[in-house]
Design a protein around this ligand. Structure first.
Ligand code: ADE
Length: 245
């Protein structure tokens, strides 16, 4: 079973999401185990202090290194060395390729997700424990809890057995079927909704035509919405040219 350990100051906020949807199913099926640890429990002073003022001055508070390092040591003494990831806006950008590498890696070792708060971490905690730094986007949230859940859910749905249909992950945006680009449009019943009809090809039963249409729509959408993905030929199947417009 794949183990994730999440270090946070807001365990209730994290736990409230773990029963929902794909994560809930993955946990019920014994594919994923998530342990949530409050690193405030590793403080030693009466006030349970986790932060302090920054050396050198400036606004905001910095997370102290001791509770974080001791919490990680406590977890790893029980569950072995983890791949250690700190969620922070100054990390490497998270994306589907990184999620896939994490999903593969989970066979070897658990993943530890450290949620920041305030101005960030004392750098020594991350350096001493050789944390990777991960950002989920170029914006600043109030803490790492949502980024940790984003990471967890993205990886969990890639693990074999989590999704009902193994094709689902491959056929998503950024998946193999979309050649690393965006997903094609989807339609379901009714065939006509407020005068708008489902594209005829999808009703044809001709799987070759349907596949060709989906591929073309996927490329068209990628070129329009995410030209950065379309121009990157590592995301394009050989012999295809993304359409503009
Ligand atoms: N903490 C605050 N903002 C974040 C972001 N964009 N990614 C990861 N962790 C964060």
């Amino acid at each position: 079973m794949a183990l994730f350990s999440i270090l946070t100051l807001f365990p209730d906020a994290v736990e409230s999401y773990l029963d929902v949807g794909v994560l809930g199913i993955a946990r019920q099926r014994g594919i994923v185990d998530v342990q949530v640890v409050d690193f405030r429990d590793f403080t030693r002073d009466r006030h349970r202090t986790v932060d302090d003022r920054p050396f050198g001055g400036g606004p905001g508070m910095v997370l102290k290194p001791e509770p974080i390092v001791e919490a990680v040591e406590w977890i790893e003494a029980r569950h072995g060395a983890h791949r250690r990831i700190a969620l922070t806006p100054d990390g490497v950008p998270f994306g589907q390729p990184l999620a896939e590498s994490m999903a593969r890696d989970l066979d070897e070792r658990p993943v530890l997700l450290l949620c920041g708060r305030y101005e960030g971490f004392d750098e020594r905690a991350l350096a001493l424990l050789e944390f990777e730094r991960l950002s989920i986007g170029d914006y600043v949230l109030a803490g790492g809890e949502l980024p940790a859940l984003v990471t967890l859910e993205t990886v969990a749905r890639l693990l074999p057995g989590t999704l009902g249909d193994a094709r689902s992950a491959a056929e998503d945006s950024f998946g193999a079927s979309a050649a690393g680009g965006l997903d094609h449009p989807h339609f379901t019943r009714p065939r006509v909704f407020r005068g708008e009809e489902v594209p005829e090809v999808l009703l044809s039963g001709d799987h070759g035509r349907i596949e060709a249409w989906r591929k073309k729509e996927s490329e068209r959408r990628t070129a329009r919405v995410r030209p950065d993905l379309a121009q990157d030929d590592t995301n394009t199947l050989p012999g295809t040219t993304p359409e503009g417009g």
